[in-house]
Design a protein around this ligand. Structure first.
Ligand code: PMP
Length: 319
């Protein structure tokens, strides 16, 4: 149905798209139970992220984020002349919010929080988030990047849609690229206070979200029950994969995203070779760790098979 909507929109490609994306904004607002002036859309959440940094930071400013986290954070920071300040994740691969609060300085313009965190899958709790926000000056913009929000299960985790109204300096960042499966169409959105949203609207390049992408995203929101059923399958598979990995004796943190994060220490390369020999595509991050996306059940079985064989052939220490 989403592809049909996109194809139908092709008929009008001689026209400029709706520059305010009013239909899409209205649909997102209804879905998120906010007003249209709380919603800004852009060509992917990474573009909105860049715009948020652009309108709030300049040379000499510091942008604070956890590390490891989404690799675009330091890049978009330096592109705007600002300096990334990174705070290592805790030993459980989580944001170290007390340490991030200590790193706030006069120069901090933006804090980027990624929950669930890419690539580790760990999430920030509501309590941690609120405690942190109490320590952030009101002129520092906080971006809560929830690209994987739809995969989160568990009441304790922060949900930007419950928080934004309390904090005028909070931008909640979401995307159609992950759970909605529309990465190639490039649609993301920000939920926040009207001042923040109007800043984004005034500073955007005109006509950034093509009509085809707007139509597909609208249809996708209308078909949300279908989407949620697919997400539920991925969440069930994630639970199954995590449990099996724990059974195999691996240390693996409880991911809230559609991937799991593994560290193999000295056997990192050996694990990558084992995956590649089994024609499994996994994502290494330097020699630090590997992100494995949850796929269809048969694909996950193949991955679990490789992991089991790899671990039973252990001749070194596995973390
Ligand atoms: N935020 C996070 C945490 C991501 O992992 C990604 C994509 N990998 C994005 C934002 C960007 O997504 P998009 O631009 O496709 O919306």
């Amino acid at each position: 149905s989403v592809i049909d909507a996109a194809i139908a929109a092709l008929e009008d490609v001689n026209r400029y798209p709706d520059s305010l994306a009013s239909g899409l904004v209205a649909e997102i607002a209804a879905q998120c139970q906010v007003q249209p002036d709380n919603v800004a859309v852009g060509p992917g959440s990474v573009a909105l992220l860049q715009q948020l940094i652009q309108i709030s930071s300049t040379v000499g400013d510091e942008v604070l984020c956890a590390w490891r986290s989404f690799e675009a954070y330091p890049l978009v920071t330096v592109l705007n002349g600002a300096t990334p300040v990174t705070v290592p994740l805790t030993e459980h691969e989580r944001h170290d919010l007390p340490e991030m609060a200590r790193q706030l300085s006069q120069r901090t313009s933006v804090v980027l929080l990624c929950t669930p965190n890419n690539p580790t899958g760990t999430s920030i709790t509501t309590e941690e988030f609120r405690q942190f926000m109490q320590q952030v000056p009101s002129d520092v913009l906080v971006v809560l990047d929830e690209a994987y929000a739809e995969f989160v299960r568990g009441e304790q985790y922060v949900d930007g849609l419950r928080e934004w109204s309390q904090f005028p300096n909070l931008a909640v960042l979401r995307t159609f690229s992950k759970a909605y499966g529309l990465a190639g169409l490039r649609v993301g959105y920000v939920i926040g206070h009207p001042d923040l949203v109007s800043g984004l609207r005034r500073s955007t390049v005109p006509f950034t979200v093509p009509a085809i992408a707007q139509a597909a995203a609208i249809e996708s929101l209308r078909r949300r029950p279908e989407l949620l059923a697919r997400v539920e399958l991925i969440v069930a598979e994630r639970t199954r994969v995590l449990e099996r990995l724990l059974d195999l004796g691996l240390t693996v943190e409880p991911s809230q995203a559609n991937f799991v994060w593994l560290r193999f220490g000295e056997r990192h390369q050996e694990f990558l070779d084992a995956c590649s020999n089994a024609a499994l595509s996994v994502r290494p991050y330097g020699d630090e760790g590997v992100r494995v996306t949850i796929g269809e059940p048969e694909e996950n079985d193949r991955f679990l098979d490789v992991a089991a064989r790899f671990l039973s052939s252990a001749h070194g220490h596995c973390q």
